[in-house]
Design a protein around this ligand. Sequence first.
Ligand SMILES: Nc1ncnc2c1ncn2[C@@H]1O[C@H](COP(=O)(O)OP(=O)(O)OP(=O)(O)O)[C@@H](O)[C@H]1O
Length: 236
Amino acid sequence: MAAQGDTAPPPLLRLRGVSRSYGERKALHPLDLDLQRGSCTALFGHNGSGKSTLLRIASGRDVPTGGSALFDGRPVAEDDPEVRARVAVVGDTVATYPDLTVREHLELVAVAHAVDDAHAWIDHVLADRRLADHAHALPGSLSSGQLQSLLLAAALVRPRDLLVLDEPEQRLDPGARRRLAELLAAEKADGVAVLLATHQAELAEAVADRMIALEDGRLVAEGTPADVLRELGIRA
Ligand SMILES: Nc1ncnc2c1ncn2[C@@H]1O[C@H](COP(=O)(O)OP(=O)(O)OP(=O)(O)O)[C@@H](O)[C@H]1O
């Protein structure tokens, strides 16, 4: 809660009492979350704890059964052009077109978002994600780590104010994980709000300002990564 006279800008993402039920099953109990531009919040928890459910609500890919989700003051809805233009998502599954090359996937995203000077920008992102040598490869010939890098690259070739990532470290080798942490730090420095679910404490420690631990759809700890990881007994 902001103190009176506090001049902090309104959060880019504001979730109030959001919850999600599937029939009788409560996947997410009511939860509040504020995310400012240039900051990162990490969601942490076991399989099935509700991280992806919360990310889907935050990106407009799902509608909460309770509470409200606002992006820059408007309801987060995937079919809102403003939300689609400004919210980039890296999901937890790799969905590709088998007959489009790596470069063509990125061109498709760049065209959909009317990116200026797309070719130069795609070259930059391909090099940045170590995909330049695979630009003309089809997805079927890529390793799982290279496919994950393609998913990240697709989010980077388009404009974004909010970047939502579901376990982006999965399938990446240690070097690529380090570059992922550098990338997310650079996103924050550019003023992008970053919301990520991760199983990797080191990634949260490297980039997150706040951490939310979930268990069975409930918030069980919240604070700095250091505080939360200590509370969970993961760090001394
Ligand atoms: N479409 C759905 N229908 C029914 N139950 C669902 C659906 N999607 C998710 N759930 C349930 O909601 C709970 C939370 O799932 P969620 O995918 O959010 O967990 P998670 O923390 O992201 O897990 P993981 O680390 O394995 O990705 C789980 O019990 C899951 O079975």
